[in-house]
Design a protein around this ligand. Structure first.
Ligand code: FAD
Ligand code: NAI
Length: 508
C-alpha cells in the first residue's frame, strides 16, 4: 500500500511537472523575449519571398548581424506538400499557414517586413522596387528599398506554355487561393449537375474532373479528389455516382517521371483500381470554357485529335519564371544562356553579380524545383551569412588588437598575442564553409485510397515502396515537417475531424 501511495504521488508530480513545462513552453512561444532594435549602421540584407527558401534562411539567420528586410506579397509561409489536401477539405488551409510575423518575432533582433511584390531589381543601383498589390492601399503603394545584400527567393509561376484558354478557364494549384477556388468549383460542379432538369450530357460534362500534368502535383490532386468522391460525395450526393469521373492527362508516356519505374507502374495500376483514367502521350493544345482539345500520339507515331468535355479543369504542368526574375536576368549578360531560372554558382551567388544570391524554384543549381532543395539552400545561406558576419567581427577585433599590440608593454604584449592567436583559430573555423551540397532525402507522393509512393535514399542506396504502410510513413513525415507545433496539432485535428465527420461539402 505504501509503495502504491508513493507511486501515485510520483505520477501526480510527474503530470503536474509535464503540464507546467508544456504551459511554460507555450508561454515562451507566445511571449518571446524583447528583440534588439534594428541597427541601421549594419549591412542591409533584403530577402524577397516568404516561401521554403526564404523562411528556411530566416529561421537559421542570426538577425543581429544585419539590418534584415523581408519583402513578399504573402505574409505567411505555406506548407505546400499538404496543399492538395486543402482542395477537398481534408485539411483546412489555415492549418498549413504560418504567419511570417510569428516567425520574425522570435528572432533575436528585429526584422522589417513589407507586404509587397518586388517589381524590379536594379542590380547596378542596388535597389529593389516594390509595389503593394493588396486590396487596401495607402497614399504610398510603390517605393524602393536599397540593399547591400539581396536574396531572391520568389519561387516560380505556373507554366502554361502559351496554350490558349488555360489562364481563363483552368485552376492552378500553387497557392492557398488556388486550393480554395478548386474546392469551391468542385462543389459548384456537383450542385449544378444535380440541378433540376439538367440534361444527362451536361451532367456528365459537369462531373468530369480533368487534371492536366502527371507530375506529383497532378497525381496527388487526382488521388485526393477521388478520395473525396469515394468517401464523402457518394454518400452526400448519391445522384452523381454514375457520372463523377476523374481523368489525368499527361504528355509523356508515363506519370511521375521523377520516380522509379516500379513506382510509376504501381501508381498507374493503383489509379486504374481507383477508377481514375490516365491518358498518357496526350498533349493539351487548346482549352475552351467547356472542352479541352488534345492530341494523342498513337504507338505508330501518328496523331489523333480529341475533344474532351470537362466541368473542372486543374492545370499542373510545372513552373515558369516570374517577371521580376526574367527582368533581372535580362540585365545581366552572364545570364543570357539561362532559360529556366537564375544561374547561380556553388555558393548560390547569382552569376554576373557579387551581392545577389538566389534560392529555391527561381534559381537553377542543377536540382529539381522542390521544397527539399529550397529549404536546404536557405539553411546553407544562413550559415554562410552568419559566418560572413562573424568573420567581419573577428577581423575588426584582430585589427584593434594589432593596434593595441604596437603600443603595449612587453607584459601586455604576451596577453594580446595569445588573444590574437585564439581569434585567428576561431577565424579559421568560421571560414570553413564549403560550397552548397544538396542531400537528397527521397521523394514522396500521395496517390489516393490511403496509398503513397516513396523513393527513399537510405545508406547511399534507394528504397522504393508503395502502399498503405508508405501512406502512414508519408503522413508521419509530413506532419513532422510542418512548420510549427501549432501547424502539427491543427493538421492532426483536421485528419481526425474529416475521418470522423467526413469532409465539409458546403460551398462557401
Ligand atoms: P515558394 O515556396 O513558392 O515561395 C515563393 C515566395 O515568394 C512566396 O512567399 C511568394 O509570395 C513570394 N513572391 C512571389 N513573387 C514575389 C515578388 N515579385 N516579390 C517578392 N516576393 C514574391 N516539394 C517537395 O519537396 N515536396 C513536396 O511534397 C512538395 N509538394 C508540393 C505540392 C504542391 C501543390 C506544390 C505546388 C509544390 C510542391 N512542392 C513540393 C514544391 C515546393 O513547394 C517548391 O519547390 C517550393 O515551394 C519552392 O520554394 P521557394 O522558396 O523557391 O518558393
Ligand atoms: P512537373 O513539372 O513535375 O510535371 C508537369 C507535367 O505536366 C510533366 O510531366 C509534363 O510532361 C506535363 N505537361 C506539360 N505540358 C502538358 C500539356 N500541354 N499537356 C499534357 N501534359 C503536359 O510539375 P508539378 O507536378 O507541378 O511539380 C512542380 C515541382 O514541384 C516538381 O519539381 C515536383 O517535383 C515538385 N513537387 C513535388 C511533390 C512531391 O514531392 N510530392 C508534390 C508536388 C510538386
Amino acid at each position: 500500500r505504501t509503495t502504491l501511495r508513493w507511486l501515485w504521488r510520483f505520477t501526480y508530480l510527474g503530470v503536474i511537472g509535464f503540464l507546467g513545462y508544456t504551459g511554460y513552453t507555450i508561454y515562451l512561444l507566445r511571449t518571446p523575449s524583447e528583440q534588439e532594435e534594428v541597427d541601421a549602421s549594419k549591412k542591409t540584407l533584403v530577402i524577397l519571398g516568404t516561401g521554403w527558401g526564404a523562411v528556411s534562411l530566416l529561421k537559421k539567420l542570426d538577425t543581429e548581424n544585419y539590418n534584415v528586410i523581408v519583402i513578399s506579397p504573402r505574409n505567411f509561409f505555406l506548407f505546400t506538400p499538404l496543399l492538395p489536401s486543402c482542395t477537398t477539405g481534408t485539411i483546412e488551409h489555415r492549418s498549413i499557414m504560418e504567419p511570417i510575423r510569428n516567425i520574425l518575432r522570435h528572432k533575436k533582433a528585429q526584422v522589417k517586413y513589407y507586404e509587397a511584390e518586388a517589381t524590379k531589381i536594379d542590380h547596378q543601383k542596388k535597389v529593389v522596387y516594390i509595389n503593394d498589390d493588396s486590396e487596401i492601399k495607402g497614399d504610398t503603394s510603390s517605393t524602393e528599398v536599397p540593399y547591400d545584400m539581396l536574396v531572391v527567393g520568389v519561387g516560380a509561376e505556373n507554366a502554361t506554355f502559351g496554350i490558349p484558354g488555360v489562364r481563363e478557364h483552368s485552376c492552378f494549384l500553387k497557392e492557398v487561393a488556388d486550393a480554395q477556388r478548386i474546392r469551391k468549383r468542385i462543389m459548384d460542379c456537383v450542385e449544378t449537375a444535380s440541378f433540376k432538369d439538367q440534361s444527362p450530357e451536361e451532367r456528365k460534362r459537369l462531373l468530369h474532373m480533368v487534371v492536366v500534368g502527371g507530375g506529383p502535383t497532378g497525381v496527388e490532386f487526382a488521388g485526393e479528389l477521388q478520395d473525396f468522391f469515394e468517401q464523402d460525395l457518394k454518400k452526400w450526393v448519391p445522384e452523381i455516382v454514375d457520372n463523377f469521373h476523374v481523368t489525368l492527362i499527361e504528355a509523356l508516356p508515363n506519370v511521375l517521371p521523377m520516380f522509379s519505374k516500379q513506382l510509376i507502374d504501381y501508381t498507374e495500376n493503383a489509379f486504374k483500381e481507383e477508377s481514375i483514367t490516365i491518358k498518357t502521350k496526350t498533349m493539351v493544345k487548346n482549352v475552351t470554357d467547356k472542352t479541352i482539345e488534345a492530341e494523342f500520339t498513337r504507338p505508330d507515331g501518328t496523331k489523333e485529335k480529341e475533344v474532351i468535355p470537362y466541368g473542372l479543369l486543374v492545370w499542373a504542368t510545372g513552373n515558369t519564371l516570374r517577371p521580376v526574375v526574367k527582368d533581372l536576368m535580362s540585365q545581366i549578360p552572364a545570364q543570357k544562356d539561362s532559360r529556366r531560372g537564375l544561374a547561380v554558382n556553388e555558393y548560390l551567388v547569382v552569376n554576373g553579380t557579387e551581392n545577389i544570391w538566389a534560392v529555391g524554384d527561381c534559381a537553377i543549381a542543377n536540382y529539381a524545383p522542390t521544397a527539399q532543395v529550397a529549404s536546404q539552400e536557405g539553411a546553407f545561406l544562413a550559415r554562410l551569412f552568419n559566418s560572413l558576419a562573424k568573420t567581419e567581427t573577428i577581423n575588426a577585433e584582430l585589427a584593434k588588437l594589432s593596434a593595441e599590440q604596437a603600443k603595449a608593454t612587453s607584459d601586455e604584449r604576451t596577453r594580446i598575442l595569445n588573444n590574437i592567436k585564439a581569434l585567428q583559430r576561431q577565424l579559421r573555423r568560421v571560414k570553413q564553409i564549403g560550397p552548397f551540397e544538396y542531400s537528397h532525402q527521397g521523394s514522396l507522393a500521395y496517390i489516393g485510397h490511403d496509398k503513397a509512393v516513396a523513393d527513399i535514399t537510405w545508406l547511399s542506396g534507394n528504397i522504393a515502396s508503395g502502399g498503405t504502410i508508405t501512406y502512414w510513413f508519408w503522413k508521419s513525415a509530413y506532419v513532422n515537417m510542418c512548420f510549427s507545433t501549432r501547424n502539427r496539432a491543427l493538421v492532426l485535428l483536421d485528419w481526425v475531424k474529416s475521418y470522423i465527420f467526413g469532409r465539409d461539402v458546403s460551398r462557401e
